[in-house]
Structures are given as C-alpha cells and as structure tokens.
Design a protein around this ligand. Structure first.
Ligand code: BMA
Length: 318
C-alpha cells in the first residue's frame, strides 16, 4: 500500500470546536468508511482532553480532503442501556439495501460489547441495541446476506494483556437473523505467535471480488512484552462460504514507519478500519484494477490514507 502524500489526512486541528464536549480535541483516529453516490463518508473516533470519546462524521468528494461536521453524532436511544458506557469507538459502516448500519465497540464495566446503530443520511443515528454477549471487539458486518442470514466477522476478547485492555487471537464468523442476536459459527483464523500478527482483529468491511471476500485486518506483534506494534494485513474468504479461508498475507501490508504512526497517544499503531473501493462492475464486484482507499488510525492520534488496488491485495493473500 502507498501512503497518500497528503498524510495524515485528518488531524486534531481539523475537528471544529463543538462545545461543550469537543474543545481543542486531543486526537482523531480509527475511522469507519463508506462511499455513497460518489461521496466518501467517515465516522471518526474523536477524543477530547477529558479522554472522553465521540463520533464525528466527515465527508469528502475526492476521498482525500474531508470536511468534518460541526456536531458530534448523537446515538438516539442509547440512554436505554442500563449500564455505564465509558466509550463508543471504532465504527465500521455496512450498507444493507438503503440503510447504513454502524457497528462499534462499547467499553462498559463488564468489558467490551458491540453496539449497533443505523442511519439513512449520516445525520440522524438510531441506536438499535447491544449486539453481543461476552467480551468482544471489532464487529464487522458483511454487506450482503447469505442464505437469509446476516454474517459478521468479530474477535472475542479472551486475553488480558499485561496492564492493557482485553484482546484476542482468533477472528470468528457469526450469523444472525436480526443483526442483534448473533451465533458464532466458525473460527476463521488464529494469530501467529512470534510473528507480525500474534493478536488479530477484523478491520474494514469485506470487499466483494471475483476471487472472494477481501478482508483487511490488524495484527499486533507483542515482541515478548516490549512495545506492541499494530500493523495491517489482508485475508481472502470464499465468495459463497465465507467460513472458508482461501489465503492470508504472510507479510504485513502496512506497518508504522512514518513519524505520525510511530509517535502519538499509543505509539507504533496503524489500525485499518475503513476501505473504499473506487470501481465496481455491473454485478457488484470490485474490479481487479480498482483502487482501494484504506483509511487507518495512526498512533491513536490522527487518520492516514493508504492506496492500493484489488489486484495487489488479492496477490498479498497468496
Ligand atoms: C486496540 C483498539 C484500537 C486501538 C488500538 C491501539 O485494542 O482499542 O481502538 O487503536 O488498540 O491502542
């Protein structure tokens, strides 16, 4: 992947003051991304100097220069949750028919849950409920149904990192009839201990290609207790049966190298959470030559853009 020359494309100074919550914010990172009628829309994770978290929508006609909304996202109905929610973060956006579903992590006392919201216009968001049980993160809904079921990739948090958050080593597939109640159906792949992707989690929404579903993910090298390194990788799932792993990148496809990826709130992080395909054929498949814009959080501080093609991503999985 090639970093765009305008990187980092969004920094804290692009977030307008939105009193009382967002004033002189600290950071903006890990965006969900989608293209709607030629416009690229991001849902940004913004942190203020109270280290409180908000979502802010940003829009762009070229996928590079973004205009941030002058208000934070309100998740209407979230007040019905009877527990303290500390943070909602790391949105992934999936279009199903004409509705955009947003799945995100929710930090609560018992651990991390997955929340679900929907929107038609990225202005008004309706919270639909908590869509998980147990401690889990990185829920990513597929953009179509399979045999009448919704599918998602997710990552159970079955590991307590030393002095850090819960994490995990397995990417799973789950299915649902209603997007709120999910049943785990398969373990797709495992972290590779000792190598670049020891801990792993799904990244962007799967991209439909003639070769299969292309899925970006993040891998963490823990380097035997040294500083964690968050990198991006890619895997390919069978088009008709996404529980079948067809291939997986041996090497990471993006790693922290630039200063804005190496230094920040959490150093050494590239975290791919959004991907936009620029060219899709009449049957809805991303074309091999199509550029893919990958939006990623850098050092939990700003947003980077890396550009690649469908062909290069597929080749990386062989
Ligand atoms: C992960 C998630 C991401 C974050 C990353 C690095 O566990 O919390 O949101 O970017 O850690 O801090």
């Amino acid at each position: 992947m090639k970093r765009h020359s305008a990187n980092p494309i969004i920094t804290r100074s692009d977030i307008p003051n939105i009193p009382p919550d967002l004033i002189d914010v600290t950071s903006v990172f890990n965006p969900g991304a989608i293209q709607v009628n030629g416009e690229t829309i991001l849902i940004l994770r913004v942190q203020n100097r109270g280290r409180e978290t908000s979502f802010v929508v940003a829009r762009s006609s070229d996928g590079i220069l973004f205009q941030c909304a002058k208000k934070a996202v309100t998740l209407h109905g979230i007040e019905s949750v009877n527990e303290t929610i500390y943070h909602c973060y790391d949105a992934r956006i999936t279009r199903l028919d004409d509705t955009f579903y947003v799945m995100f992590a929710m930090d609560m006392d018992h651990g991390c849950s997955l929340g679900l919201a929907k929107t038609a216009d990225f202005d008004h968001f309706e919270f639909l409920g908590i869509a998980s049980t147990g401690d889990i993160r990185n829920g990513v809904i597929f953009p179509e149904k399979f045999d009448g079921k919704y599918l998602r990739l997710d990552r159970p948090n079955d590991l307590q990192l030393d002095g850090g958050p819960t994490s995990g080593t397995v990417i799973c597939l789950s299915e649902s009839d209603d997007l709120l109640h999910w049943q785990r159906t398969a373990h797709i792949m495992q972290g590779r201990f000792h190598y670049w992707d020891e801990l792993i989690g799904p990244g962007a929404v799967p991209i439909k290609t003639r070769h299969g579903w292309l899925c970006l993910y993040h891998g963490v090298a823990t380097h035997f207790g040294s500083a964690n390194i968050y990198q991006a990788g890619v895997f390919l799932l069978d088009l008709h049966d996404p529980s079948k792993l067809l291939g997986r990148s041996r090497f990471n496809i993006l790693e922290p190298r630039e200063l804005y990826e190496l230094a920040g709130q959490v150093p050494n992080v590239v975290f791919p959470s959004g991907a936009v395909v620029q060219s899709v054929d009449a049957d809805g498949f991303a074309t091999d030559d199509s550029e893919v814009y990958v939006y990623y959080g850098a050092a939990d501080t700003c947003v980077g853009l890396a550009v690649t093609t469908v062909r290069m991503l597929v080749e990386a999985t062989i």
